[in-house]
Design a protein around this ligand. Structure first.
Ligand code: HEC
Ligand code: HEC
Length: 478
């Protein structure tokens, strides 16, 4: 089985609320109207919010062992599809059955005694870099271009007996509800935001009960293309996500990753009890060190350029780092506006309302800004492709817009070019339209499509070649 298409338990952490009333011709009781202004943030500085304290070591243990996604594939059926685990996919600190599972799956025994395996956060938030699985690195090769129901059917063939069938059916029903909304157009692009909205559409926020028919209008089918950000930036960021929509208690947004299967408020509360530990673990993560040599003299020159030209937005790094937590408005940053516009144009307010009415309402507030956060640049060498939509395949091209390809695709096997700082890729003559084979189309990054634009952020263009080379050298050291 291709492990990249296991999306069983996924979900993310997003949040929010809106006006459910109009849909289904008033079948629903009108929700208490939340002031839309509550669901917008100004651009500029993002203020901090109080966080519950947590224990990083307990957080790692929970992250790789706890069944926060509690429905999934019966273990025996899954093993028929994937008889062997690649030893390179094993992680330390995993207990019981988990010790033999690939990093992106977690096992537990359900109330009927069936052993079930589900995707955990690491299906999106870990990836192999060189010989190692790096926890916290977004997976630039995660493939969500297929129909998730295909896996459900394949697992279904091997399900035996009534208890396994019931477990499989429970998971299959959830996937049925979300599958139409999480199919991306390009490998590496992540549908997590749409996935969260789709789950909220099927759950009553007060009781967490699942409804096969949506209770509020589901999100549009095609997700906006997004690159998964690395976790180690969270130690500096005052709000979660590219548009800083995630205000308030960050661990509660993370726990929304359980919405696929948590059917009661009690289950959600149980998971919420270790949410602060997971948050503390994420914030304790250090980025992977650059694997090659760094020219110290050139990097020192680059640091001076960086501090003069880049630090006002990205902060400073090193001994006593600073970070200003700034959202830059769309017209100033100039990168693809689609995601931030969609978040703030009112069309998602019903989901922002949902969050407000959920058990976490009051401690989390969904309030995107019409712009993008200037992220900390720690470990930036490793997080290609760049920008929120992953439209620029290397750091060299991010700092010199003449080098940004219009059409490109990653080449297999995955191999990181540490000089250009990006996964090896090839530049193409034509975009998706020219490809007839659907598998080939899915591999092509086509910057002419909505949401995929690679323009904007031209700050590197203003540098001389020498300054640019120096900044690139300095960025290796962050
Ligand atoms: C289906 C893939 C997927 C899964 C599963 C997933 N995430 Fe995410 N996560 C994303 C994407 C994509 C984003 C970026 C969304 C955005 O910024 O708008 C994100 C953003 C985040 C962020 C914010 C990072 C930042 O810099 O703002 C955190 C923290 C996070 N996820 C934690 C988790 C945790 C903890 C879990 C499991 C409980 C989880 N995620 C499960 C895809 C996923
Ligand atoms: C006016 C503020 C501003 C300045 C000045 C600025 N940046 Fe940025 N930078 C941003 C914002 C905002 C983003 C996120 C844009 C997006 O994701 O669409 C970003 C993104 C980036 C990224 C990609 C991050 C990612 O998520 O992939 C890198 C690398 C970067 N900047 C480096 C630099 C360097 C080097 C300089 C100086 C030459 C610089 N920036 C100057 C605001 C700024």
């Amino acid at each position: 089985m291709n492990r990249r298409i296991v999306i069983g338990g996924a979900v993310v952490a997003l949040g929010i609320a809106g006006l459910a009333a109009a849909w289904l011709g008033g079948v629903l009781s009108p929700s208490a109207t939340v002031d839309p202004a509550r669901h917008r943030s100004p651009t500029g500085e993002v203020p901090p919010s109080p966080q519950r304290p947590g224990d990083p070591a307990a957080g790692y243990r929970a992250l790789v062992n706890e069944p926060y996604v509690s429905c999934g594939m019966p273990y025996e059926a899954w093993r028929r599809l994937a008889p062997e685990t690649d030893p390179a996919d094993l992680l330390p600190g995993r207990e019981g059955r988990n010790a033999e599972l690939p990093y992106f799956l977690t096992a537990h025994v359900n109330a009927d005694g069936v052993e079930v395996v589900s995707n955990n956060c690491l299906v999106c938030h870990a990836a192999r870099l060189g010989d190692e699985v790096v926890v916290g690195l977004g997976d630039a090769f995660a493939d969500f271009t297929g129909d998730a129901r295909g896996l459900v059917t394949r697992v279904g063939q091997y399900v035996r007996g009534p208890a396994q069938t019931a477990a499989w059916q429970h998971w299959a029903d959830r996937i049925e509800g979300i599958a139409p909304h999480i199919r991306t157009g390009t490998i590496g692009m992540n549908p997590a935001t749409n996935l969260s909205w789709a789950l909220m559409a099927h759950r009553d926020p007060a009781t967490m009960a699942w409804s096969a028919t949506p209770l509020i209008e589901p999100p549009p089918e095609r997700p906006v293309p997004l690159r998964t950000p690395p976790w180690w930036w969270m130690g500096k960021k005052n709000a979660m996500f590219y548009t800083t929509i995630g205000r308030g208690d960050h661990s509660r947004y993370m726990v929304f990753a359980s919405l696929l299967c948590a059917d009661t408020v009690d289950e959600l509360r149980g998971i919420d009890a270790y949410g602060p530990d997971i948050r503390a673990f994420l914030e304790s993560l250090a980025p992977p060190a650059f694997p090659g040599p760094i020219d110290a003299e050139r990097a020192a020159e680059g640091r001076a350029v960086f501090e003069a030209r880049c630090a006002s937005c990205h902060g400073t790094h090193g001994e006593s780092p600073t970070y200003p937590n700034l959202v830059i408005p769309l017209d100033e940053i100039g990168t693809d506006p689609l995601y931030a516009e969609w978040m703030t144009d009112g069309s998602l307010d019903r989901f922002y309302d949902w969050i407000e009415r959920s058990p976490h309402g009051g401690t989390v507030r969904a309030a995107p800004a019409e712009g993008y956060i200037a992220p900390p640049l720690d470990g930036i060498w490793a997080v290609a492709p760049y920008l929120h939509n992953g439209s620029v395949p290397s750091l060299a091209a991010l700092l010199d817009s003449r080098l940004r390809p219009r059409y490109w695709r990653h080449v297999a096997p995955r191999d990181y070019d540490t000089e250009a700082m990006g996964w090896r890729h090839e530049v193409l003559e034509a975009g998706k339209d020219a490809a007839t084979d659907p598998a080939e189309r899915a591999r092509i990054y086509d910057t002419t499509l909505p949401g995929y634009d690679n323009g904007g952020h031209l700050f590197g263009d203003a540098l001389s070649d020498r300054q640019r080379r120096a900044v690139l050298e300095y960025l290796k050291s962050l």
